[in-house]
Structure formats: structure tokens, C-alpha cells
Write a protein that binds this ligand. Structure first.
Ligand SMILES: Nc1ncnc2c1ncn2[C@@H]1O[C@H](COP(=O)(O)OP(=O)(O)O)[C@@H](O)[C@H]1O
Ligand SMILES: O=C(CO)[C@@H](O)[C@H](O)COP(=O)(O)O
Length: 501
């Protein structure tokens, strides 16, 4: 039976999921990489890190699965969104990729908003945020003119890997939508926006559907991994759009929660909607459909920071092993996960995180629980906005991302969202979505609905809200919500103070 490979180029690691054409999991492999932070607010990765990780995953698969080379038929991708990759005429990166959680571009966001006014929302359906690609391009033009002069191609992370595999430069609508350069209605690069900011349209990659084929794996790479078939490569999707497909978000019945490096709440949108920038609005991987989402900049990232700072050397399971012994509300300890600023609902790159209410009786287990609760409250902010704008409550939510591995986090999500939380049998939503795109692209199925039936399965055991916890969290959440206003002024002053040196 033929195999399909889904590559999820995450922020903390690259994950490969190998499945057969019937939708059975064969195996998974992953390789981690670091984030470089040369200055406060900067977040970068060298595209070479991703290639090294991809090669490690391909090597691991070819060693573990004896018929990998013989049976691999198609590959597709899911990738961290918005991050800017810049290449010269030889397709060599000329600058580190500036990532989606880099907040150096506040000035450029103001410039975009001033120059485009209401046209920005009309054309792109989104507002200017530090994480998106266009402000990063303007930052490079302004701060690194010599580098900018060498740029012949702009790419998004997963598209760089596709280029590396095939030699062809493409992107697809779900990732293009996150650049602020796509005219969402016309489904083409916006000439108006590109001209306003002196961006030559020729440096933008050709657009295709998520399911579009970008090429075949180059001969020298096929030879290295002993791939005997002509392996087809398909464009894939932005990680949140691929996850939406991977969890079966192909109708409005359910919502999606992801606790990866970022935290995301998203919903299927059958047609273009105007959320006035309160929620992000992007193309889905399902051609012609869309999804809306709210984003917490540092969900898993806050947990990582906490682990590295206060639990060095511990595994996540060790770090969180006593969380269940603390009652909901962490006995009066609150945490706001704004360690790199926040998107939904505050859109504030200068807010910073805080612990509020530290008492002499608090132990490490209280801090651990407070961190998880703060992350989940922040996701609740997005969920509430989404439900209010859509006028409907999600009774069931599918939970993905690294955080979904922990049962205490899952129960907390059920209690704080007051919804039944469901998990996938194959735990990696974005990578699964990428496999599904490859299976469809290879022609193993006629429709994405059929692929969904074969590939997407939920675990039988779900996490249901406990009424006493729901009631308690409702009260704590109302207090937690005040922490943003209470700490915003202080945070802004401190950030300015630090920037002055
Ligand atoms: N066993 C675990 N328990 C709780 N959280 C975890 C666990 N493993 C990973 N995580 C969290 O999940 C995050 C990684 O999730 P993932 O979806 O792989 O992210 P990304 O796609 O951004 O690389 C980590 O940053 C970490 O905070
Ligand atoms: O910026 C966004 C969405 O707008 C992030 O969700 C990135 O797409 C990174 O995702 P993860 O690495 O956390 O999956």
C-alpha cells in the first residue's frame, strides 16, 4: 500500500507523520530546533535549521520503515504561519527567517495602517499585526537595505521546504492570506498593497490551492532516501488551516483549540465574513472555504519558559505532576501569559506577563497550575469573542497541539470552556491535515470529505466539564480578565525603560 507523509514545520520542532493511503498511522518522527532571540522582542530561525530537521526526519523514517522508499507516493506540509523567508537569485536565504512571534515591527504596523486605512481590512480581511509578513518586509526594507536589495524571492516557511524538495517556488492561499498581501476576495496578490510598499510582484511566489502539486522530489534527494516512485509534492497549508482539516473542521459544528507554541481557537467559515479585525480571517486548506481564529501568542511558549526557568531538566510530565493536587483557581494565584506581548483580544505587543496574588503559602505546584490556567483563560478570551460574533456556543471542541497530551490540561480546558473536549487518535492535527492533502492530491480519494472519513478519528474518551469547577472558574476568570488592564500601564513603561537601555 502507498504511503503519504505529512510534514508539520512547527515553531519548536519539525514533525513527520507517515500514514498509508487507507489512513492508518505507520509512524511519526520529529526533530527539534531552537529559536534565536538576538534582541528583546526578536524571534528568528535560520531556514537551514528546518532543512536539517527535515533530513533527520526523512533519515529516521527510511531507517525505521523498511518499505518507506519503495512506497512513499506523496508529501505535503503544514507550517508555522507568517514568518518571512528571503532568498537571493540562487534560492539561498539572505537573512534569518523573522518569525510570527517576533514583535519588532510595531512602527511598520502603524505605517501600514496609516497608508492603507480601511483598504487593508477590505482587501485582506485582517488588521496590521506585528506577527504578519508585510510589516516584516517593511522592517527589512528600512533597516537592512543591503539585504533587501539582494532579495529575489519571498517565501513562507513550509514553502521553503517544498522549494528545497522540488526546486519550485509556490505558496498556497491559506499561508498567503497571513501575509497581508493577498486580496482574499479576488484570490490574487494585491497589486494595490504591493505597489503602496514598493514590493515587486515578481518576488512573490506563484499561488496555488493547498491541494495543488508543486512538483516532484528532485532526483538527488530521491536517491539519498532510496525513493523509487516519482514522489509528488503538494503545497499544503498554514499550520492552523492544516490543523482545521486534520481535525475535521469542514463544517460549522465543532471548534478547534490548539495549544502549540502559540494558542489558537478557530472555527470553519463557509464564506467571507467581516470580523473587523477582532478575529483573524484566512483561507482554509479546503478550496473555497475559510476559517476565523483568535491567537494567544505564548501558550506552549509560556509553559516552555516556565519549565526552562523554574523546572530546568524536568520533563513536562514531571513539571506538571502535582497540578491535580491544587484546586481550580490555584488558591488565589493568577498568571497572564503575555511574555512576548499578546494578540487576541488585546493586540498589544508591549504587554508582558505577570503572576498576581503570590502568597507565602504558594508552592511550585500552585505556580504550575496558575501557568496552565492563565494560558487557558487567555484561550477562553478568544473563544468568547468567537462565540459572541458568531452567535453560537461550541458544545464540543477538538483539542490539538503539544498541550493536548496532558490530561490535567484537557480537564482544565473542559472546565474553563464549559465544553466537551475531544482528542484525535493521531495526536498531531496539523501534520494529519498535511497527510490528508497528500492523499487527496495523489488521487487516493475523490473528495476531501472522503479523506476526512478515512483519516480523522476521535478518541472515545472525552473530557467533560465538572459543574463545580465550571462555577469556580467562571468567578476566577472574571477576576483574571482584570489583570490585563491592571498591568498594561506598568508593562508598557517597563518595556520602554528596557528599550532605552
Ligand atoms: N507532555 C506535554 N505536556 C504538556 N505540554 C506539552 C507536552 N509536550 C509539549 N507540550 C507543549 O506543547 C508545545 C509544543 O506543541 P506543538 O504543537 O508541537 O508546537 P509547535 O507546532 O509550535 O512546534 C510545547 O511548547 C510545550 O509547551
Ligand atoms: O501566528 C500564528 C497564527 O496566526 C501561529 O499560530 C503560528 O502559525 C505558529 O503556530 P504554532 O507553531 O504554535 O503551531
Amino acid at each position: 500500500m502507498s504511503y503519504v507523509l505529512g510534514i508539520d514545520l512547527g515553531t519548536s520542532s519539525l514533525k513527520g507523520i507517515l500514514m498509508n493511503e487507507a489512513g492508518d498511522l505507520i509512524t511519526t518522527k520529529s526533530a527539534e530546533y531552537k529559536i534565536d532571540t538576538p534582541k528583546q522582542g526578536y524571534s528568528e530561525q535560520r531556514p537551514e535549521y528546518w532543512v536539517v530537521a527535515l533530513e533527520a526526519v526523512l533519515t529516521g523514517l527510511s531507517v525505521e520503515v523498511s518499505d518507506f522508499g519503495q512506497n512513499l507516493a506523496g508529501i505535503s506540509f503544514s507550517g508555522q504561519m507568517h514568518s518571512l523567508v528571503v532568498l537571493d537569485e540562487n534560492n539561498t536565504p539572505v537573512y534569518p527567517a523573522i518569525l510570527w512571534n517576533d514583535v519588532r515591527t510595531s512602527k511598520q504596523c502603524v505605517e501600514i495602517t496609516d497608508k492603507l486605512g480601511s483598504r487593508l481590512l477590505e482587501i485582506t480581511k485582517n488588521i496590521a499585526l506585528e506577527g504578519f509578513t508585510l510589516p516584516k518586509i517593511l522592517w527589512l526594507q528600512e533597516n537592512e537595505p543591503a539585504v533587501w536589495a539582494r532579495v529575489k524571492k519571498i517565501m513562507l516557511p513550509k514553502d521553503y521546504l517544498s522549494l528545497w524538495l522540488t526546486g519550485n517556488a509556490y505558496t498556497e492561499y491559506s499561508d498567503a492570506a497571513g501575509t497581508l498581501l493577498l486580496d482574499i476576495e479576488k484570490r490574487e496578490w494585491s497589486k494595490e498593497i504591493a505597489e503602496t510598499f514598493n514590493i515587486d510582484l515578481s518576488i512573490l511566489p506563484e499561488l496555488t490551492e493547498s491541494t495543488g502539486q508543486t512538483g516532484l522530489i528532485k532526483a538527488e534527494i530521491a536517491e539519498r532516501y532510496k525513493l523509487t516512485k516519482a514522489v509528488k509534492v503538494f503545497a499544503g497549508g498554514a499550520d492552523n488551516a492544516a490543523a482545521a482539516l486534520g481535525v475535521g473542521l469542514i463544517n460549522e459544528e465543532v471548534g478547534l483549540i490548539s495549544m502549540g507554541t502559540s494558542g489558537v481557537v478557530s472555527a470553519y467559515e463557509p464564506k467571507i465574513a467581516d470580523y473587523k479585525g477582532k478575529l483573524h480571517f484566512f483561507d482554509h486548506t479546503v478550496p473555497g472555504a475559510y476559517y476565523s481564529m483568535g491567537v494567544t501568542l505564548a501558550a506552549g511558549n509560556s509553559l516552555n519558559w516556565y519549565k526552562e526557568t523554574f523546572g530546568k531538566g524536568l520533563s513536562f510530565n514531571e513539571l506538571l505532576s502535582e497540578v491535580y493536587t491544587v484546586a481550580p483557581g490555584s488558591e488565589g494565584l493568577l498568571f497572564t501569559p503575555y511574555i512576548v506581548g499578546e494578540r487576541t483580544p488585546h493586540f498589544d505587543s508591549k504587554i508582558r506577563g505577570s503572576f498576581v496574588g503570590i502568597s507565602a503559602h504558594h508552592e511550585q505546584r500552585h505556580f504550575s497550575r496558575a501557568v496552565l490556567e492563565g494560558i487557558t483563560f487567555s484561550l477562553r478570551d478568544s473563544k468568547d469573542i468567537m462565540e459572541a460574533t458568531k452567535g453560537k456556543k461550541f458544545k464540543q471542541l477538538i483539542s490539538v497541539g503539544g498541550g493536548a497530551q496532558n490530561p490535567d490540561i484537557m480537564q482544565m480546558q473542559a472546565d474553563i470552556f464549559n465544553a466537551e473536549m475531544i482528542r484525535l487518535t493521531v495526536e498531531q492535527g496539523p501534520g494529519l491535515g498535511a497527510c490528508m492533502i497528500a492523499a487527496y492530491g495523489c488521487g487516493f480519494y475523490d473528495t476531501l470529505e472522503e479523506v476526512t472519513k478515512a483519516f480523522v478519528h476521535y478518541k472515545e474518551a472525552t473530557f467533560t466539564p465538572k459543574p463545580a469547577n465550571v462555577a469556580r472558574y467562571e468567578k476566577v476568570y472574571q477576576i483574571w480578565k482584570k489583570a490585563y488592564q491592571a498591568t498594561a500601564g506598568l508593562s508598557h513603561e517597563l518595556v520602554d525603560f528596557n528599550e532605552e537601555g
